[in-house]
Write a protein that binds this ligand. Structure first.
Ligand SMILES: [Zn+2]
Length: 454
């Protein structure tokens, strides 16, 4: 929830013009950002204290007087987690009338978190998004296509709002099979493509042999992408591919890369970001407070994404906005990969009805080539053939999680079932259900020295 002055500046003075917004972004002093954050933070705390049943209860439990809160640290142990969003009715968070709703996949249970917005909030996001697109080089004359998944997800509507402000052509293909996209997209001569990482790698393998068309730039959202995959896509298409960082909870992009491709510039006028418990390298869970939301403001939302604030100043138009590194991993066991957003509970379900296997199992997520690889390790009972179990697991996946089976069929990742001798998977007391071996890859990339980009 913003104070009246921030609202006036954002909606009226800066308004629809991406160039005015960028002109301002280039010049705003750090003091202005911190002061605005502080004012809007206090306004947000007072707002939820009046209207949100969830936060009123939390303030009471933690003996916090909202009138005395000036910055996130003043909230002490108060955080908002994805479990909070899952276990409380959405109404407990709502402070104003909702006009749009989206879902984000649950990490701990099969339930999805629901997040709500007003149309004004979506337009606000569109104005910022349009300025971000402009900064990367998108213009009114460009022909943009979105291959983002659409059902229940906010990324598509967020992009639509930005394209509407910018006034460029936008065609929403949705996440259709890459081969079909390739056939249908050719005639449009799209020169700006907004895509998901595993999907664009698949499309690129097709385009590598069948031919590309001129592309000004690509924008990727939804999950992490390795630098190796980025380079591959950029080399085949002879273009630039930029990553964005966001969550459904933040409605679209909370951070974006600039032309330097060195970390995400944070949208600090709309969010207050913290890393409350950094390790020795500065890495820790990213936490944000929304500063402009009226409908469903969130105080200190734990993203589960691990990153660090980057030092040094970038020399681009967005230099006044601080940067975070690429996300090096998730706090919990949910893993974003070519198969989808996977969690232990999903494999429990898939394996539940499969006969011939023992209780223990483990899923390894790897990156053998350019695509993700999923290795499902199961312990085979005596006399059971791996081939039979493999087929049963695939059938179960198809039946229970058709979206994942679809990603597999599209070639977004490879899946392999590996049978082990009974009792050999568990070496310690606990067996980690999902091990993301790609973290080593992302971790190594994130360790590249930051500071002043070349
Ligand atoms: Zn920059």
């Amino acid at each position: 929830m913003r104070n009246a002055l921030s609202n006036l500046l954002d909606r009226v003075v800066l308004g629809e013009s991406p160039t005015r917004r960028l002109w301002f972004a280039r010049r705003m002093p750090d003091g202005y950002i911190r002061k605005t954050q502080s004012l809007d933070f206090k306004t947000t705390v007072r707002w939820v204290a009046q209207r949100s049943a969830f936060y009123r209860r939390r303030f009471r439990e933690l003996r916090i007087d909202p009138a005395l809160v000036r910055c996130p640290a003043d909230l002490g142990d108060l955080f908002t987690t994805s479990t909070d969003l899952l276990t409380h009715p959405a109404e407990d968070f709502l402070c104003d009338r909702a006009q749009a709703g989206f879902e984000t996949t649950g990490t701990l249970s099969p339930k999805s978190k629901r997040v709500f917005f007003s149309l004004d909030e979506m337009r606000d996001m569109g104005r910022d998004g349009a300025a971000g697109l402009w900064a990367l080089g998108v213009r009114r004359e460009d022909r943009m296509v979105s291959a983002l998944d659409l059902p229940f997800w906010n990324a598509g509507p967020a992009l639509r709002a930005s394209a509407q402000t910018l006034g460029c052509l936008l065609v929403e293909a949705g996440k259709i099979p890459p081969a079909e996209f390739y056939e249908r997209a050719a005639d449009y001569r799209f020169n700006v493509m907004v895509v998901e990482p595993s999907w664009i790698v698949s499309l690129t393998t097709i385009a590598e042999s069948a031919g590309t068309w001129p592309v000004k730039l690509m924008l990727v959202g939804g999950e992490n992408m390795s630098e190796r995959s980025r380079r591959y896509v950029e080399e085949v298409w002879k273009t630039d591919l930029y990553l964005t960082y966001g969550q459904t909870e933040s409605f679209g992009s909370a951070g974006t890369e600039c032309a330097r491709k060195n970390g995400y510039h944070l949208q600090e006028l709309k969010f207050w970001f913290e890393i409350p418990e950094p390790d020795d390298h500065g890495h820790g869970e990213l936490v944000f407070t929304t500063l402009s939301r009226r409908v469903m403001p969130l105080l200190r939302y734990r993203t589960s994404d691990v990153a660090r604030f980057m030092e040094g100043t970038c020399d681009c138009d967005l230099k006044m906005l601080r940067r975070i590194s690429k996300i090096i991993g998730r706090c919990d066991e949910m893993v974003n990969c070519g198969l989808g957003n996977i969690s232990p509970w999903m494999f429990e379900k898939v394996l539940e009805g499969v006969s011939g296997i023992a209780h223990d199992w483990q899923v390894l997520v790897t990156r053998p080539g350019l695509r993700d690889g999923i290795e499902i390790r199961v312990e085979l009972l005596d006399g059971v053939s791996q081939h039979v179990v493999d087929r049963a697991i695939r059938m179960s996946l198809q039946e229970l999680f058709p979206d994942m089976a679809r990603n597999l069929a599209m070639g977004l990742c490879e899946m392999k079932v590996a049978g082990a001798v009974r009792g050999t998977l568990r070496t310690g007391r606990k067996l980690r259900s999902i091990v993301d071996l790609r973290k080593t890859l992302f971790g190594a990339e994130a360790a590249v020295p930051s500071g002043h980009p070349a």
